[in-house]
Design a protein around this ligand. Structure first.
Ligand SMILES: Nc1nc2c(c(=O)[nH]1)N[C@H]1C(S)=C(S)[C@@H](COP(=O)(O)OP(=O)(O)OC[C@H]3O[C@@H](n4cnc5c(N)ncnc54)[C@H](O)[C@@H]3O)O[C@H]1N2
Ligand code: MOO
Length: 423
């Protein structure tokens, strides 16, 4: 006797045996490692690149004690014993290298950044001081010892690491390198990424529209997501649903790229070719993930070139790029993979999961309720083709596998989009 198969009105019902989100991240972590070489560049060309060497501060910054304001520098003990009336003994400007030693009862006229006299540790701002009829500088009472003086090494002590290999060079880190006189630094070369879309229905933006076609949203979205100096992008355009055309393009690209990112054709339809292409050209590490959206996603290798095949639906494609393509890129650049930083807030919505065993990533944003609490709001529809939800969202609301139901007021994890990016 044959039993009739249960028809599914939810295409995610088969998620039980699929790979869990955490396992996907472990697989990426286990299988991938640094693949790019180093190169030396000046710090002016280094913003947004990954550092390939530790740089240690060779000396204190600031090098000497110096004044934080324009004014008068003195020894606090003299200021007290002379009732704030000190005679002018020296003038020190920023850049002066000579050492100044004040005599008892003296102060120095001093300008912001200038080296403090040897035996002074306190500075009064010029606006607070007068020149008295006695010719002395009159400094008001109440200044604390050490006021307005910047100590040697208060920013950086000699021997402190300023940047470490595998870190991303931010503008602030470039300022820190410049502050210790570094002009050149070893960096990881840019990761060479090729991006392509697949599908007979996919149309290049700018082309005339005809029924049955959809404009390519994924390639421009992926290029925008990967914008930055740590990667270089080759745009391979749109390929038809043709296994040999996709095979040829990917084989060629694999010779000159470290990573190929594709979208579309990742599931099991007759016109979905990624599985065959990847299996024939190289190795496939995983296919089908227990998440929503983004179930059909492949991750594999053609020789030394890694391939991430994202699902065609734009929402799934962007969610998977954030969840998995970023960690792949981080690993290939030798960076530490990091857990995106989420916040636990109250849900402003309720949902009942159709199926457990899968992790769901809802598109959403944060708002403040009448009582001043931060709440997570979810876009009202969940379809994986709805770019509107993506456009409105500032992040993803993550619902773990073992949670079946969210009631209003339950705590949920909201992960802002910007925290997925490797750093
Ligand atoms: N019988 C089944 N059908 C589907 C399943 C399934 O398990 N069984 N999974 C569904 C899920 S979930 C997704 S996601 C998609 C998987 O898609 P593919 O990666 O094979 O993508 P396509 O079929 O090529 O496209 C899906 C959808 O997205 C549109 N698309 C594709 N590329 C782009 C692009 N570059 N820009 C904008 N839109 C794009 C495409 O036109 C389709 O509408 O399969 C489900 N079906
Ligand atoms: O998960 Mo598919 O990846 O919904 O759109």
């Amino acid at each position: 006797m044959t039993t009739q198969r249960q028809l599914l009105d939810d295409c995610f019902l088969h998620d039980k045996d699929r790979m869990k989100h955490a396992e996907v991240l472990e697989t990426i972590d286990r299988n991938l490692a640094l693949i790019v070489d180093d190169e030396e560049l000046t710090i002016n060309d280094a913003a947004g690149r990954v550092v390939a060497e530790d740089i240690i501060a060779p000396r204190n910054v600031p090098y000497t004690d110096n004044t934080a304001v324009d004014g008068y520098a003195f020894a606090h003990a003299d200021y007290i014993s002379c009732n704030g009336k000190l005679s002018l003994g020296a003038l020190i400007a920023a850049g002066d290298a000579h050492e100044v030693t004040l005599k008892k009862g003296e102060c120095a006229r001093i300008f912001t950044g200038a080296i403090m006299p040897n035996n002074a540790e306190t500075v009064a701002m010029q606006e607070d001081c007068d020149i008295g009829e006695d010719g002395k500088i009159h400094i008001p009472p109440g200044l604390k010892q050490g006021a307005n003086c910047r100590k040697s090494g208060e920013d950086l002590k000699a021997g402190t690491p300023v940047v470490k290999q595998a870190e991303l060079l931010t503008p602030a880190k470039i300022a820190a390198l410049a502050s210790i006189g570094i002009d050149k630094i070893k960096l990881r070369k840019k990761l060479r990424i090729a991006i392509l879309s697949t599908g007979n229905e996919i149309l290049e933006s700018g082309q005339d529209f005809t029924a049955g076609k959809v404009y390519d949203a994924n390639r421009p979205m992926l290029k925008a997501l990967l914008d930055g100096n740590m990667v270089s992008i080759t745009d391979l355009g749109i390929l038809p649903d043709d296994e040999s055309a996709i095979t040829q393009a990917m084989q060629r690209a694999s010779k000159t790229h470290d990573l190929i990112l594709t979208s579309g054709g990742a599931s099991r339809g007759d016109e979905d070719h990624m599985l065959n292409v990847l299996s024939n050209l190289g190795k496939r590490h995983l296919w089908q993930i227990a998440i929503k959206p983004g179930r059909p996603m492949m991750f594999g290798q053609i020789k030394n070139c890694v391939v991430v095949s994202l699902p065609g639906n734009p929402v799934a494609s962007m969610v998977c790029a954030n969840l998995y393509a970023y960690p792949v890129i981080a690993k290939l650049l030798g960076m530490k993979t990091k857990k995106p930083q989420g916040v636990n807030v109250e849900a402003a919505f309720e949902i009942k999961k159709k199926k457990t065993d899968r992790r769901e990533f809802l598109r959403g944003w944060l708002e403040e309720d009448d009582a001043g609490n931060t709440i997570a709001v979810k876009f009202d529809r969940d379809g994986s083709g709805l770019i509107t939800g993506l456009r409105k969202a500032t992040g993803l609301i993550e619902i773990p596998e073992n949670v079946n139901k969210i009631n209003k007021g339950d705590r949920v994890r909201f992960v802002p989009f910007h925290t997925f990016k490797p750093e």
